[in-house]
Structure formats: C-alpha cells, structure tokens
Ligand binder design. Structure first.
Ligand SMILES: C[S@@+](CC[C@H](N)C(=O)[O-])C[C@H]1O[C@@H](n2cnc3c(N)ncnc32)[C@H](O)[C@@H]1O
Length: 315
C-alpha cells in the first residue's frame, strides 16, 4: 500500500499548494484530474500537508538562526573563552580547591593511600594528590591526549615516581577512588560507579564531587563561552550546538556527543544512583548556587539552584 504514496522527495518538491506539483511525476491515481474522487482528495490532503510542513520547516530554521544570533551576541570572544573556566586556569595551588571545599577532610582521606583518580583528565588533581601525601595515584581516563598531558605534568612536577596514567582499567584494587568533575560526563554513570566500586578495596572509600548538575545555571557546561544562564533549558539543543561550533570543532550535535561527554546529570539522578549503588553513603552534600539558604530543600528549585554535588561512599 505504501508504495502508492508519493515518495518523500516528491512531496517536498510541492512548495506552496497542490497546483504547484508537477503532476506528471505522480502515479496516475494521485493526479488531480484522475477520475477516482477519493484518491484526488487524498492527493490534495497530502500536498497541502507537505506544503504546510515545508513552511513550518523554513519557519523553524529561521527561528533557530535568530536564536543562535541571540546566543552569539551574548558570547565571549574566542580568545577570552579559551582563558575562562577552571580547567584552563588549573595550577598546583588551586587544582584541588574544589575537592577540598566539596568533600570534608579530602586530604585526610587520601593521605598515605593508594588512590585511583577515575576520569583524571589532564591529571592536575592526580599530581597534586601525589604531592600532598597520597602513597600512589593512578589516573584513569579514556582520553589519551589528556593522559599524555598528565604524564608530562607529573614529570615536570616531580611526581613521576608515585603517579601512573592509564586508559585501560587497572587490574588491582585501591584504598580510595576519587572522581572529580567527571560524574556528569560519564556516558553510563551507573556502570562507572559499579566499576569504581569493583576497583575499591573492601571497606575503602569512593569520593565523588562534581559541579554544575544539568538543571543548574551552568548545566550545559558552556558558561565559558556564553553569558546566558540555563541555556540548555532556554534554547533548543540544536541552537546551542550550532553556537558552540564557534569554540569547539568536534562536530557534536548533541550534549552527549561533546568531547569528554555530558550525561545531563540532575541532582535527583545523582542521589538515586548513589542510593542504589549498594554502597554506604557516609556523606552527601549539595551546594546551593551563591550559597542561597534552604533552596536545596525545595522540590524543583533545588535542581535549578544546586551548583555542586558531593558524596563519600564506603564499600
Ligand atoms: C571535565 S574532565 C575532569 C577531569 C579532572 N578530574 C578534573 O577535575 O579536572 C572529565 C573527564 O572524564 C573523562 N571521562 C569521560 N567518560 C569517561 C569514562 N567512561 N571513563 C573514564 N573517564 C571518562 C573525560 O575524558 C574527561 O577527561
């Protein structure tokens, strides 16, 4: 039956009305002058629906380019954007500040321990932990380029002897596993937490902290480029990704596809994952945006106004 319908391309060539259609390309039964009145009506319906669709599509494209212009008019210049954000400004003095603020006695947890840094990125925190009393630090990440940077950083910082950077899951277990600013990037965070748990010794600890859950003002992780908060809620994904191309050329068309990944981790999803992990939640804390009191206790609002999440899990 379907083969009796005009193909998509045939429908799309009818720009404005049924009359504009090249009648010769239609099956006889669909030509308006065909005797069968039922088929003719069907033809007219299909044609006018196609014309409407074409109009809607071009209106949607117009709306998208207007929205993209709005986003770009609130964006930073490329050079300025490149210098913004935590990662661009890491040094050995500040790279553990977030972990120390988010997790009570962070250094106490890692001192004298064999530590796994899960999603170590450029390795700043791994190196700093190695220099701050950890017995050894293994940095694990999927991105070889970042791992190479990490190895060079370790070497330049005198931490080569007790750091190791790998892209294959290690065979041994660790006393402490740390995951900093990575939990919102893992494509499958439930699975990664299970792996972290498997890689942690019995009675060991897993420390997780990340900033800007999905519904927070910077949940899109694009605040280094664009000055508008909550762009992921206010603008269609397609528009944001189009504007993002000014800064990043990885071709990502979806948040999940950006380099390093972005899994749209909400506060409630984070809470669900750790509750269902089977691990003991020793500590969990949500950090309200600008320290606004009480908001983290108000349903819905807590999602919009929580800027960071952290927990300490015991195996
Ligand atoms: C934003 S970076 C954070 C790096 C570092 N921990 C920090 O705090 O700066 C997130 C890292 O997670 C890594 N990542 C994403 N998915 C991963 C996975 N499934 N396993 C290991 N690392 C992953 C990315 O390659 C990226 O380097």
């Amino acid at each position: 039956m379907l083969s009796h319908f005009p193909s998509k391309s045939q429908i799309l060539v009818s720009p404005d009305s049924a009359e504009d259609v090249d009648k010769t390309i239609l099956p006889a039964s669909f030509r308006p002058d065909h005797q069968g009145t039922g088929d003719s009506r069907k033809f007219l319906e299909i044609s006018s629906r196609a014309a409407m669709n074409a109009k809607t599509t071009s209106l949607a494209s117009l709306a998208c380019s207007v929205l993209e212009r709005i986003l770009l008019s609130f964006s930073y210049e490329q050079e300025e954007a490149a210098t913004r954000g935590a990662t661009a400004n890491y040094n050995l003095e500040n790279c553990l500040s977030f972990a120390q603020q988010a997790i009570p006695d962070f250094l106490g947890h890692i001192r004298g321990k064999n530590v796994l840094d899960y999603g170590c990125g450029l390795g700043w925190q791994s190196v700093k932990m190695a220099l701050s009393g950890a017995k050894s630090v293994t940095g694990f990440d999927l991105d070889e380029k970042r791992l190479n940077y990490a190895r060079q950083l370790a070497s330049a910082s005198g931490a080569s002897h007790n750091t190791n950077f790998i892209s294959e899951l290690p065979k041994e277990q660790f006393e402490v596993t740390v995951s900093l600013c990575s939990f919102e990037h893992f494509a499958n965070p439930e699975q990664e937490l299970r792996k972290m748990s498997d890689l942690t010794e019995c009675n060991g600890y897993i420390l997780i902290a990340f900033a800007e859950p999905w519904f927070s003002h910077s949940g899109s992780h694009m605040n280094d480029y664009i000055r508008i908060p909550w762009i992921n809620l206010l603008f269609p994904e397609r528009v944001v990704m189009q504007a993002r191309r000014k800064y990043r050329q990885d071709g990502a068309q979806r948040y999940e596809a950006v380099v390093g990944g972005l899994n749209k981790m909400s506060v409630s999803r984070f809470e669900r994952i750790i509750q269902r992990s089977g691990l003991k939640v020793v500590h969990k804390r949500l950090y309200p945006t600008l320290g606004i009191p009480l908001v983290i206790h108000v349903p819905v609002i807590r999602e919009l106004l929580t800027s960071a999440c952290a927990c300490v899990l015991n195996k």
